[in-house]
Design a protein around this ligand. Structure first.
Ligand code: FE2
Length: 264
């Protein structure tokens, strides 16, 4: 089983012909399926563009959503639309809905969107203001403390769902591949060749999912986990535990790429 891993492809920045060329390039990799770790497009047409990619690449698409996928919409609305798309198309699956995909007898794929959950770094002292608070309905107009509470809640939700799926996967799998948008660990939070500083970490890392993944793999030294993530647009690799590796994908707006073909 070969997975073509894509992240932060922001298809809304491409015209139709460029999207077709990209989909055909992904289809030509020889992959058996596509895994996308979020920031696929924006709310108005993310579901349409996922279906288009599946069709034009001729491959199943398994994905999580990133913060940009909710831009110009709300979290509940976008999640409902991609869940409805997945109900219609067996070749499309939003991993955030829960469940475990069996890649082979020993390998499982699980995932959740994750969220920059204000748990790592210095939230109170950070001057960073992401477009999220202007473009995602759920986050508009919140003061700093209300926003912190909302970001914590989004991280907790991701951690709870992901933790349950990881536990289920580990009942039979020896290798668990986790797809998530936001890097779950400080050391995986690459930005321009180095780990993000304390002002960016609250928005670039999901502390809650990291705790759950670290605990799961600490308890299971006989199994291993590969986490795929994106969000920072800067690639890198982190070994969080001997059996827990995190790959963070790089990205350039307007020039989507295949991160790698993952052989499992
Ligand atoms: Fe993102």
């Amino acid at each position: 089983m070969r997975l073509a891993w894509l992240t932060d492809i922001h298809l809304n920045f491409l015209g139709g012909a460029a999207r077709t060329r990209f989909a055909e390039r992904v289809g030509a990799t020889g992959a058996d399926a596509i895994v996308i770790t979020g920031d696929i497009a924006e709310a108005p047409d993310v579901d349409v563009l996922i279906a288009e990619l599946a069709e034009r690449a001729g491959l199943p698409v398994w994905f999580v959503l990133g913060n940009h996928d909710f831009y110009r919409g709300s979290i509940a609305e976008v999640r409902a639309r991609v869940a409805a798309l997945a109900d219609l198309r067996p070749d499309v699956r939003w991993l955030g809905a829960g469940g475990v995909i069996r890649l082979d007898d020993h390998t499982a794929l699980v995932g959740h969107d994750g969220w920059g959950d204000a748990r790592l770094g210095d939230y109170a002292g950070s001057p960073v203001v992401l477009n999220d608070v202007v473009l995602i309905e759920d986050l508009i107009g919140l003061d700093q403390e209300a926003l912190r509470a909302r970001l914590h809640a989004l991280g907790d939700e991701a951690a709870a769902r992901l933790g349950a799926d990881v536990d289920e996967a580990l009942t039979w799998a020896r290798h668990v591949v986790v797809a998530t948008h936001v890097p779950p660990f400080r050391d995986a939070c690459w930005h321009q060749g180095r780990v993000s500083g304390d002002h960016w970490l609250p928005f670039f890392a999901c502390g809650a999912t990291g705790e759950v993944l670290r605990a799961a793999m600490t308890a299971r030294p006989d199994a291993r986990m590969t986490v795929l993530c994106g969000h920072t647009h800067s690639g890198g690799e982190a070994k969080v535990l001997p059996n827990l590796q995190v790959l963070t994908g790089g990205a350039v707006y307007g020039a989507p790429s295949v991160q790698c073909l993952l052989q499992v």
